[in-house]
Design a binder for this molecule. Structure first.
Ligand SMILES: [Zn+2]
Length: 107
């Protein structure tokens, strides 16, 4: 089980300025494919409709308990290395991640 954070390339809508989606899954590869197809969450569905892209920016080892703990902090932008801007030199890493990298991707 892992918890993952998606960063959308732009706000989903003027009313819904969230640019992050935090979820947890047993199978990250399949889950990301679902999200790419616009399934799995309303946010991803709308993003797909509007042609808004997303990247996987971070993963944590953990289950739904970990997901809830991170959600309680309501700090998507703080958790996100893209929004923090401290990792701009590593940007390509996020766009070209391979699944082998994901396991150890922790900041
Ligand atoms: Zn972000």
């Amino acid at each position: 089980m892992c918890v993952y954070l998606l960063h959308f390339s732009e706000p989903i809508s003027p009313d819904h300025t969230a640019q992050h989606y935090l979820g947890s899954t047993e199978d990250l590869t399949r889950r990301l494919a679902e999200h790419r197809a616009g399934a799995g969450s309303r946010l991803c569905e709308v993003a797909k409709e509007r042609g808004i892209d997303f990247v996987l920016v971070r993963t944590w080892q953990g289950d739904r308990g970990k997901e809830r703990q991170l959600k309680r902090r309501k700090s998507g932008p703080k958790l996100c290395p893209l929004c923090n801007g401290n990792h701009s030199g590593q940007l390509s890493l996020f766009f070209d991640f391979s699944l082998a990298d994901v396991e150890g991707l922790e900041f």
